[in-house]
Ligand binder design. Structure first.
Ligand code: FBP
Length: 272
């Protein structure tokens, strides 16, 4: 499908890698996530900064895309995510992402790709699988790539593997994402290059992007993780808190871009 291929190139440079900014946290975690640098609660302010720094793509929910979509310049990929959940839900309902928008909305907002989460292993896995199938089928018909946030999460996982970042479950989720028709996969860091390489293999050629995670105190620590991801064959990273919770995100984004696109040593990248 030519449309899918063309739109994938809005995110990935010639090297097949991408650095994407994630900003659905106001919904998914609540605005407290922005408190470390409060001016970033204004999506226009932070999106302007990340775009100026040279980011390859931006991921947001439909309402924020209406507010700040203009800041995503034409050379930057726009990824619109159609599922989410609030942190306000009762604990037992936290393992479900619900659909909050439709493929048509994303298309009208100028999306280059459409994203949805599946919590593999959740008691509600079935609902998210169907949501993903509906979104992917329609998006693909229209020529849009689909990104799956493939997050293993659920009671059985914790019982059997101890944690959701165990590579055996992360690669299971990545494989399930590939098998369900994703064009890009976003998932957790497994803790080592060797294990992440298995996740990449399990995805059978579908690009695997790191899901950033909580902000590291030392910026170099996060650059090191991204470097390992690239060395493992990962296609880049989708990063939220590690960018918008930093007072001065621009030099940090530039360092991330050097690691993602030039395999630059993290210590060197941080200094430049
Ligand atoms: P971060 O880089 O801040 O981890 O953002 C990635 C992301 O997937 C966001 O899109 C989402 O809001 C958040 O992490 C979900 O985190 P969790 O479900 O682990 O609390």
């Amino acid at each position: 499908n030519a449309g899918i291929k063309r739109r994938m190139r809005r995110f990935f440079r010639r090297d097949g890698r991408a650095l994407i900014f994630a900003m659905d946290h106001g919904f998914e975690h609540g605005p407290t996530d922005f408190e470390p640098v409060w001016e970033h609660v204004n999506p226009k302010v932070i999106v302007r900064k990340v775009v100026r720094a040279g980011i390859d793509g931006v991921m947001m929910l439909p309402g924020i895309a209406r507010i700040a979509g203009d800041e995503v310049k034409p050379n930057v990929g726009l990824m619109i995510k159609l599922t989410s959940k609030t942190n306000l839900r009762p604990k037992e309902d936290q393992l479900l992402q619900s659909q909050l928008g439709f493929v048509e909305d994303a298309v009208k907002l100028g999306a280059d790709a459409i994203a949805a989460t599946v919590y593999w292993g959740s008691p509600q896995e079935d609902v998210m699988m169907r949501q993903f199938a509906e979104i992917a089928s329609y998006a693909h018909d229209l020529g849009f790539p689909v990104v799956q946030f493939a997050y293993p999460r659920g009671p059985y996982i914790n019982e059997r593997y101890g944690k959701k970042e165990d590579y055996r479950v992360v690669m299971y989720g990545a494989r399930a994402a590939a098998e369900s028709g994703a064009d890009m996969i976003k998932t957790y860091w497994t803790g080592s290059r060797e294990t992440f390489a298995k996740v990449v293999d399990a995805a059978a050629g579908v690009p695997v992007l790191l899901s950033g995670g909580a902000k590291t105190e030392n910026p170099v620590d996060f650059l090191k993780v991204v470097w390992e991801v690239i060395e493992a064959g990962g296609a880049g990273a989708v990063v939220g808190r590690n960018i918008f919770q930093r007072e001065n995100p621009e030099p940090f984004i530039k360092a991330l871009l050097r690691v993602v696109h030039r395999n630059e040593d993290p210590e060197e990248a941080a200094k430049a």
